[in-house]
Design a binder for this molecule. Structure first.
Ligand code: GUN
Length: 294
């Protein structure tokens, strides 16, 4: 039987509806949750994502502002903008769109953001909180979204073997931290695989839950997947395709059709993990606003 598709668009809509409700409740207390996105430079892909974030905020009844700075902005000037946002009580979440231009130290920028406003979950304080299971911490949006998807899809996680492909700071490592916690949507036995892992398929074939976040188009094939596994595809890759009007198509890290024939549940690309990322950003921002009242 082919795998059930986990519908990221529907689950993200549910998260966003709850965010809108929570925003409404905050507004009744005189607080409108606000996210400010800072975009340095004019990279078209970044500009697209930033626009989508601003629109999503407004749809959820929140304030969504974007500060657009030229690519030549000195690092000190960007840090001064962050200081101002840190001090502004109307701003609950701050996101500096990555990548920043090469002359700016991204780590310095991330560390300057008040951890209580770091709704990306990139600040070392939040990375640490996620690792120790401190509920006040902000988890990065993509792995947090994957965890919500697993729960919403009714996937039992307790005692399961979760294998994560990719050790990035934004996805792989925090994903592992979330899944090894004790409690709902976690309690997994976790393995992280990466570019130096030997006998990769031996690891992936043990997975009850396989999460691919390596950025390699269609790398995960059916022979790497245990029958009945739950497969989550975090990859968003462009591959040339002359048959498409735009000359490319978007694929995940998983060879969808053949893996779907073997898995019990699978996320598609597009329409899987992608929509969850913005939904979780909104959820983190509302929580930042709630915490600001606590
Ligand atoms: N660039 C691409 N994705 C992201 C993200 O989730 N957060 C930030 N800050 N920059 C990004």
């Amino acid at each position: 039987m082919p795998a059930e598709r986990i519908d990221g668009v529907a689950i993200a809509a549910k998260v966003r509806a709850k965010v809108a409700q929570d925003a409404e409740a905050l507004k009744a207390k005189g607080v409108t949750p606000g996210l400010t996105v800072v975009l340095v430079g004019d990279d078209p892909a970044s500009a697209f994502y930033v626009g989508a974030k601003e629109k999503a905020c407004k749809e959820a009844g929140m304030n969504g502002e974007t500060i657009r700075l030229p690519a030549s902005t000195p690092e000190a000037e960007l840090l001064a903008v962050i200081d101002k946002l840190n001090a502004d009580p109307a701003v609950h979440g701050i996101l500096v769109q990555m990548p920043v231009p090469k002359h700016i130290d991204a780590q310095k920028v991330i560390r300057r953001i008040d951890p209580m406003k770091d709704v990306d979950g990139f600040h070392p304080v939040n990375a640490g909180k996620v690792l120790i299971g401190d509920a006040d911490g902000f988890a990065p949006c993509t792995p947090a979204g994957v965890q919500v998807m697993l729960q919403e899809a009714g996937v039992e996680t307790s005692g399961k073997e979760a294998v994560i492909l990719g050790r990035s700071t934004i996805v792989g490592k925090p994903m592992a931290a979330l899944l090894i916690q004790s409690g709902k949507g976690a309690d997994c036995t976790v393995t992280i695989c990466h570019s130096r892992t030997k006998n990769l398929a031996e690891h992936t074939r043990r997975a009850d839950i396989l999460i691919a976040a390596i950025g390699k188009p269609e790398m995960v094939t059916a022979d790497m997947v245990k029958p009945g596994a739950v497969v989550i595809d975090v990859g968003i890759n462009r591959v040339d395709d002359a048959s498409q009007k735009r000359g490319y198509r978007i694929v995940g890290d998983v060879k969808f059709d053949e893996v779907a024939a073997r898995a019990s549940k699978i996320t598609p690309v597009p329409g899987g993990v992608g929509p969850m990322t913005i939904a979780m950003l909104l959820a983190n921002t509302v929580r930042a606003a709630q915490l600001s009242l606590a």
